[in-house]
Ligand binder design. Structure first.
Ligand SMILES: NC(=O)c1ccc[n+]([C@@H]2O[C@H](COP(=O)([O-])OP(=O)(O)OC[C@H]3O[C@@H](n4cnc5c(N)ncnc54)[C@H](O)[C@@H]3O)[C@@H](O)[C@H]2O)c1
Length: 250
């Protein structure tokens, strides 16, 4: 097993992309700390992993709250004794034009989607450094972070920030043998904040289908594996090639 005896924290693991990342890493032997603020979702994902023969435990945590994040790292360390992998996946979107967006909404989106990866990475990296075994961290950005849009104003700023934060974290944690990379998805499973997956929703990409959570989970698996040991601070686009299309091409 690739990750036997290793422990992975996955935030926003109760649904869609985070759920699939958790399941996939568990099938490769990792013990999963399923982090979500929705207890029912988190407990179900942990129970499903255990029922499938894996190891997991739900940690109920609101990633927009610093105290919750620090307590979560303490609880995971107490439960499992180590942390090897962190996937900063939780995010929310505002879906609003700047004129409709309040400062409170802006702050909330930034807290969940950008500040949490800053706080959690810092806390987890301290544990990784103390453990002396290095580690791997993957931040989930979005193609929205690379483009101007008519809505999702705060979300776009947060996701652009995640890509930038990834590079600084990669530089600062490399001396501790902690590799930090980002994945950059577009249209994977259900839209952010929603349950429903419509496989017929129109997509413009080079593959001709929307992504499924396994597409993103496989990319994360690669970035936390030895096979990617020479890849640091990268942004791996998992978007069916949509971001290389020149405007007007289809
Ligand atoms: N779905 C897409 O098409 C898509 C595209 C680009 C980027 N992404 C990125 O992928 C990641 C996952 O997206 P998704 O579509 O699976 O999201 P989702 O909305 O389906 O799931 C997010 C999970 O995070 C949890 N969560 C939300 N706020 C939280 C908080 N404050 N504390 C703890 N948990 C919280 C939710 O309960 C939920 O289980 C996000 O970073 C998102 O920006 C998704």
């Amino acid at each position: 097993m690739k990750f036997a005896d290793q422990v992975a924290i996955v935030t926003g693991a109760g649904r869609n992309i985070g759920e699939e990342i958790s399941r996939l890493l568990a099938t490769h032997g990792a013990t999963i700390a399923v982090v979500d603020f929705d207890a029912a979702r988190g407990e179900k994902v942990a129970a499903d992993i255990i029922a499938a023969g894996g190891k997991a435990k739900a940690f109920i945590c609101d990633v927009s709250k610093e105290d919750d994040l620090l307590q979560c790292v303490q609880d995971v360390t107490a439960a499992f004794g180590r942390i090897d992998i962190l996937v900063n996946n939780a995010a929310i979107s505002d879906n609003k034009n700047m004129f409709d967006l309040t400062s409170a909404e802006w702050n909330k989106v930034l807290a969940v989607s950008l500040t949490a990866p800053f706080i959690l990475t810092k806390a987890v990296a301290k544990e990784m450094i103390a453990g002396g075994r290095g580690g791997r961290i993957v931040n989930v950005s979005s193609t929205t972070g690379y483009y101007g849009r008519s809505r999702a104003t705060a979300y776009a700023a947060a996701k652009g920030g995640v890509a930038s934060l990834t590079r600084s974290q990669a530089v600062q944690l490399a001396p501790h043998n902690i590799r930090v990379n980002a994945v950059v998805p577009n249209k994977i499973g259900s839209p952010v904040g929603k349950d429903e997956f419509d496989p017929t929703r129109p997509v413009v990409n080079l593959v001709g289908r929307p992504g499924v959570p396994a597409d993103l989970a496989n990319a994360v698996l690669f970035l936390v594996s030895e096979e990617s040991s020479f890849i640091v601070g990268a942004a791996l686009f998992v978007d069916g090639g949509c971001s290389v299309l020149m405007p007007g091409e289809s």
